[in-house]
Design a binder for this molecule. Structure first.
Ligand code: TXA
Ligand code: MG
Length: 331
């Protein structure tokens, strides 16, 4: 598509956002379902389009890190000078797949934060997302553009298939580069905490901040005593078809006739899958992550009774990959 056409599309998308409409747009992680984060009626439309529980807050996208200081109320942080120092250290990671949680600034509609006192902010790295944010000149609340609980979209076609007429405009920026949702990092406590693992790993954050950082609650643990991050429900990101990790299948176990396999690289299942997808010839985690959700969607459309998925060490990017697959496989 020519630059001219894209430019017109971006202007149109920005105008729709200003009118309180919903615009799906590409980011480097997954496609987002965007609305003006200052208009609560526009934000409520996101919750209805997704069928998202109203207690699950949204991530706000901005064009520059400087805007964090406007849309978050950093002065009301537990320690404003330390939080500013952390933000300063994290700045080289943006634009990129990292969302930080800070006290919510007064311009952000309350329902973005599900009524809570905090807000998640990030600067996405996709050029079209950045152009859209610059053209709109405001904060865009955007969860992943999929029906609640389903697999996140990594192409414009995925958005069309699952949200279609509920979105006013879809900006097509091709397949997403990372393929997994951003790392969510809370800066609300003296020890920062990763709430959702992503492509910016715990090690990178510890190294960048130079202080202890708590890891995510393991994906197996149901959260109790008030949800830290309500989106981190035990089951999530799941296809309609039942999913099992290959490590839970006993040798010689009888599986349904229509069983499919999602293979990372060189795993040879000891059953005969009726459908399979191999994600990476050389077993590269970046490639596996980028293709994971698309392949899960394809297998979900193959009329299977079971999808058996490969596993990897939950280290580095492998932590985010296994987090999503463990959640997808929960009953
Ligand atoms: O990569 C991404 O983060 C994508 C793209 C579109 O930017 N967005 C995305 O949004 O994955 P969503 O809504 O699907 O996931 C947002 C996650 C949820 O787990 C939510 O609970 C958490 O961030 N979250 C958002 N605001 C929060 C807050 N104030 N406190 C705690 N958790 C929050
Ligand atoms: Mg989501």
């Amino acid at each position: 598509m020519s630059t001219e056409v894209k430019h017109t599309e971006i202007q149109r998308a920005a105008a729709l956002l200003a009118e309180g409409k919903l615009v799906a747009f590409p980011t480097e992680t997954v496609y987002g379902l965007g609305a003006d984060a200052r208009q609560s009626s526009a934000v409520s439309r996101i919750y209805s389009a997704k069928g998202r529980p109203s207690n699950n807050p949204l991530i706000v996208h901005v064009a520059t890190v400087e805007e964090f200081y406007r849309y978050a109320n950093i002065e009301s942080s537990w320690n404003p000078s330390i939080v500013k120092e952390w933000l300063h250290k994290l700045t080289p990671l943006w634009p990129g797949p990292l969302s930080v949680i800070l006290p919510r600034g007064k311009e952000i509609a309350e329902n973005v934060s599900a009524g809570g006192p905090s807000v998640a902010l990030r600067v996405p790295r996709h050029p079209l997302a950045l152009e859209l944010l610059r053209a709109f000149k405001g904060p865009v609340a955007a969860p992943s553009a999929n029906p609640s609980m389903y697999v996140s979209p990594t192409t414009a076609q995925h958005v069309r298939e699952s949200l279609g007429d509920k979105v006013d405009f879809i900006l097509d920026g091709g397949p997403c580069e990372v393929g997994l949702e951003s790392t969510v990092l809370s800066l609300l406590t003296p020890t920062p905490r990763v709430l959702r693992p992503g492509a910016i790993t715990l090690d990178t954050i510890r190294h960048t901040l130079g202080c202890p950082v708590e890891g995510p609650i393991s994906s197996g643990e149901p959260q109790t005593g008030g949800l830290l991050s309500p989106g981190l429900l035990a089951k999530h990101y799941s296809p309609t078809t039942k999913v099992r990790l290959r490590t839970t299948i006993a040798l010689g176990e009888k599986l349904p006739e229509r069983t499919g396999a999602l293979i990372f690289s060189d795993w040879k299942p000891d059953f005969s899958p009726v459908e399979s997808r191999v994600l990476s010839k050389c077993g590269e985690l970046e490639e596996i992550a980028a293709r994971l959700f698309g392949a899960l969607r394809e297998l979900d459309q193959a009329n299977l009774d079971l999808i058996v998925v490969d596993t990897c060490e939950p280290i580095g990017l492998g932590e985010a990959i296994m987090d999503r697959l463990v959640r997808a496989s929960r009953q």
